[in-house]
Design a protein around this ligand. Structure first.
Ligand code: ATP
Length: 344
């Protein structure tokens, strides 16, 4: 196996009764890579993390960490896997102070080495002033940092994080997430983060793995997932698209809004649906390709959402624009930007 691979899942499956929680997943994660595992509730994200950590076993398939098999033909206990885990609720020990919480993860190391590793991570994460505090006296953001420190202190081969920011309120969450990412990068850590939040998945991962019903729907760079979805499920997971019916004709996709050159073009026939992003509808008072009547405006500050009726189209279009339209504007001209259209 390529020495650069930190985690290899080879056709891994795990069922609970009739539920296939994880169904034939194969995935390689490179050393130093940060992967976000995303999908709706129940798609199998946590089960996959638990399999990698060793608290859950596979029914079939094989799991390798740092080139060595840990589940499949053999089984390596969780404590011997070199895996760090950050839980959603942090799972700190309330009767231990911050330093002892961090030392707890270093029990298997000689005392002096454990103390040095704990001190190193305490300084890197900026916890020195909190080192003697009991964990239950810390704020949510501080507890999150301690949980991260405890998981990272032994320098695990991979760090697994299950919804690590979901207990923090929005403002704090963005800051803690940025700090966590720069720390992981400074340590060259390999990390897998579970989230159900599409924006978080895109902003955190070098690679995003979208799951559904125990299977991988699409895996790729955040740009691939967002801009080049391979199917309708992936498209709709990351964006609230406008969907317009149409048919393929002579390699182009024809709709009431016009005829568009969209992949796969020449090979395609029959009826399908054009997917248009709200940001890809441009709006102006003159020019534009067709007339639309504004039925609703919601102002968000930097952008405004418009609900637009176009003659002949049953469902109104939603456009998100940054241009300012005069108050009371009833009709606009719209054009569709062709670059990121998709047909499914
Ligand atoms: N120990 C278990 N016993 C029975 N069913 C389980 C068990 N663990 C998970 N499941 C089922 O397996 C499926 C996948 O669960 P899992 O927790 O992995 O999903 P998830 O994507 O992490 O969901 P969430 O985002 O809600 O945490 C679900 O249908 C769940 O009910």
């Amino acid at each position: 196996m390529n020495g650069n691979i930190a985690v290899r899942l080879a056709n891994v499956s795990r069922a609970f009764g009739t539920t296939a929680a994880v169904n034939g997943i194969s995935l390689d994660i490179a050393k130093g890579e940060i992967v976000s595992l995303v999908g709706h509730s129940g798609c199998g994200k946590s089960t996959l993390l638990r399999i990698i950590s060793g608290v859950e076993t596979v029914d079939s398939g094989r799991v390798f960490l740092d080139g060595g098999e840990v589940d499949g033909a053999t089984f390596v206990e969780p404590e011997a896997r070199g895996v760090g885990f950050v839980f959603q609720d942090y799972a700190l020990f309330p009767h231990l102070d911050v330093r002892d919480n961090i030392l707890f993860g270093l029990k298997r190391r000689p005392k002096a080495e454990a103390a040095a590793l704990a001190d190193d991570i305490i300084d890197r994460i900026g916890l020195r002033h909190l080192a003697d505090r009991f964990s239950h006296t810390l704020s949510g953001g501080e507890q999150q940092r301690v949980a991260l420190a405890r998981a990272l202190a032994p320098r695990p081969a991979v760090i697994l994080m299950d919804e690590p920011f979901s207990n923090l309120d929005q403002g704090l969450r963005d800051r803690v997430r940025d700090d966590t990412l720069s720390l992981l990068r400074s340590l060259d850590a390999t990390a897998i983060m579970v989230t159900h939040d599409p924006q978080e998945a895109l902003s955190v991962g070098d690679r995003v793995v979208l799951m559904r019903s125990g299977e991988i729907v699409q895996a790729g760079s955040p740009y691939d997932l967002h801009d080049r979805p391979e199917n309708a499920y992936a498209a709709e997971f990351f964006c609230a698209f406008n969907k317009v019916p149409g048919q393929w004709r002579d390699g182009k996709f024809e709709t009431i809004l016009g005829s568009f050159a969209v992949s796969p073009g020449a090979q395609a026939t029959g009826s399908a649906t054009l997917y248009i992003r709200p940001r890809d509808i441009s709006v102006s008072l003159d020019g534009g390709d067709m007339l639309a009547r504004i039925s609703e405006r919601v102002f968000y500050g930097e952008t405004e959402q418009l609900v637009l009726f176009v003659e002949g189209l049953e469902t109104p279009l939603r456009a998100v624009v940054s241009e300012r339209l005069p108050t009371g504007t009833a009709e606009v001209r719209i054009s569709i930007r062709p670059e990121r259209l998709a047909v499914f």
